[in-house]
Design a protein around this ligand. Structure first.
Ligand SMILES: [Zn+2]
Length: 479
């Protein structure tokens, strides 16, 4: 699309007017924030008695926290604003360039990403600074934090369309951008890689009933403790790539992100030169059973489960859905694959309640249980749509990115999910959950999902049959 000259001229003059407005605003803000002397004498702040966290010895003078004036970086042409170059998908870390999402004095004019490090946790960091627990210019010491196993550059990293929602160099940032960090740039890792043991009651039962055998390596003892390698991944979105993945224009994606974050990120609109966004959403946990080096080795068998967070079931054992049974069954299958000389991977996405959030999810539970005729499979998605407007917001299009980061090329045994095959990874066998692991009350969910094509296996019921699949009423529980 070409923009007519007069429209372009209009846009340019609006931008210039906004830039001048902004300059005036920045000056006003600076004046407002000049150091003030506290009106109450030291140590007699009236709030200390009701707010125990407040330390009256700490200064309330803003300039102690932020000695420099407020720098707004809303427009690309501002004095000295020169983002570090980023070439998404480049084969070399230096050529790709570090992702910088920091407002530290040394980094603010070189920032090349919108948002902040730490995902949604950046808000807690802000609180820690505001209450004086953390200096605003704190620089982490990354000594001894290196990954415990290798996730090395592979061809999938170098295709700018294959990985668009995380930084494949994220776990290597402290080493590959060490020189930049030492020069003062606040470059932080967005991925961490470690290892641990895990204990789950179901695994102990599995050892007791002979379903799992203790081998001292994957199942380490009779209690069913499992040895695991794991990674935590924070989202880093390359906006042109994310837009292309969903088949939309980058400008539309930026506008939607700007509007539906309540205008929190004006740079989405005003800084088209910044192509990377660190969204304030949950990340991904990767759990690996067996040798992590086998993940990208096509001669080894790989079992994979992709799991979206369901706190109610995964952690607290709610029986209204099949999430924890699926997760546990997935872990068992991964462990068995590892014991047979392959490797198992669980990828856990923080997308609570189909990415609608837990508040929406509980509202849906109430509506399902209260609707005329009770909680039936034929109305399962309708109740979600009435509240959220859609039945699902997980949009699995971005899901395969983490598999490409790990170097996965084929999956031998896969539980759930269709989005992977289109991304160039082949799935050899899809594994359904055994019937006996499905809780009675969750039949409503599973039959509704089979009928709407969530799973390729399992018998799809007719509308009449779905109406007869009914969940437990509330009347059997004291409320
Ligand atoms: Zn669930």
């Amino acid at each position: 699309m070409t923009i007519p000259d007069d429209v372009a001229q209009d846009l340019l003059s609006s931008m210039e007017a906004m830039r001048l407005d902004q300059q005036r605003l920045a000056e006003k803000v600076s004046k407002l924030l000049v150091p003030k002397t506290s009106s109450s004498p030291e140590g007699s702040s009236p709030t200390t008695s009701v707010a125990p966290k407040i330390d009256s010895s700490k200064s309330s003078d803003l300039s102690t926290y932020y000695p420099q004036r407020v720098i707004l970086t809303t427009y690309p042409s501002q004095h000295g604003v020169r983002p570090e170059p980023l070439t998404w998908g480049a084969k070399d870390a230096k050529e790709r360039g570090p992702v910088i999402a920091s407002r530290h004095a040394e980094s603010i004019k070189k920032r090349n990403a919108i948002g902040a490090y730490g995902g949604s946790y950046c808000i807690y960091r802000a609180l820690a600074v505001a209450i004086g627990d953390l200096p605003n210019n704190h620089r982490p010491n990354f000594e001894m934090t290196e990954p415990t196993f290798d996730v090395l550059p592979n061809d999938q990293w170098f295709d700018p369309t294959k990985i668009v929602s995380l930084d494949p160099w994220g776990h290597l940032a402290p080493s590959v951008y060490k020189a930049e960090y030492e020069k003062g740039l606040d470059v932080r890792p967005t991925i961490a890689v470690t290892r641990a043991h895990m204990t789950m009651a179901e695994m102990e039962m599995n050892v007791q009933n002979g379903n799992l055998t203790v081998d001292g390596k994957v199942v380490v003892n009779k209690r069913g403790d499992l040895a695991v390698s794991k990674a935590a991944v924070e989202p880093v979105w390359y906006l042109p790539g994310v837009a292309a993945r969903f088949g939309i224009e980058e400008g539309l994606l930026r506008r939607a992100l700007f509007e539906d974050t309540g205008g929190m990120y004006p740079e989405l609109i005003t800084r088209p030169d910044l192509k990377v966004f660190l969204p304030p959403i949950g990340g991904i946990s990767v759990y690996i059973f067996g040798n992590p080096a086998y993940i990208s080795d096509t001669s080894k068998k790989l079992t994979l489960r992709v799991h979206d967070e369901c706190n109610g079931s995964d952690v607290f054992g709610s029986d209204i859905c099949t999430c924890r049974p699926y997760l546990i069954y997935g872990i068992e299958e991964c462990v068995k694959q590892a014991q047979q000389g392959g490797v198992g991977v669980i990828v856990y996405f923080r997308k609570e309640g189909r990415a609608l959030g837990e508040v929406t999810k509980y509202l849906v539970y109430n509506a399902r249980k209260r609707q005329a005729g009770g909680d039936t499979a034929d109305h399962y998605f309708l109740r979600t749509e009435c509240i959220a407007g859609v039945k699902d917001m997980r949009f699995q299009a971005l899901m395969p990115d983490v598999l490409h980061w790990l170097g996965i090329k084929k999956i031998d045994r896969m539980m759930k999910h269709d989005a992977i095959v289109g991304s160039g990874i082949s799935i050899i066998e899809r594994v359904p959950i055994p019937e006996e692991l499905i809780p009675a009350d969750s039949r409503v969910e599973i039959d509704a999902k089979i009928a709407s094509g969530y799973f390729s296996s399992g018998q799809a019921l007719t509308d009449d049959q779905l109406a007869k699949v009914k969940g437990r009423d509330w009347e059997d529980i004291e409320h």
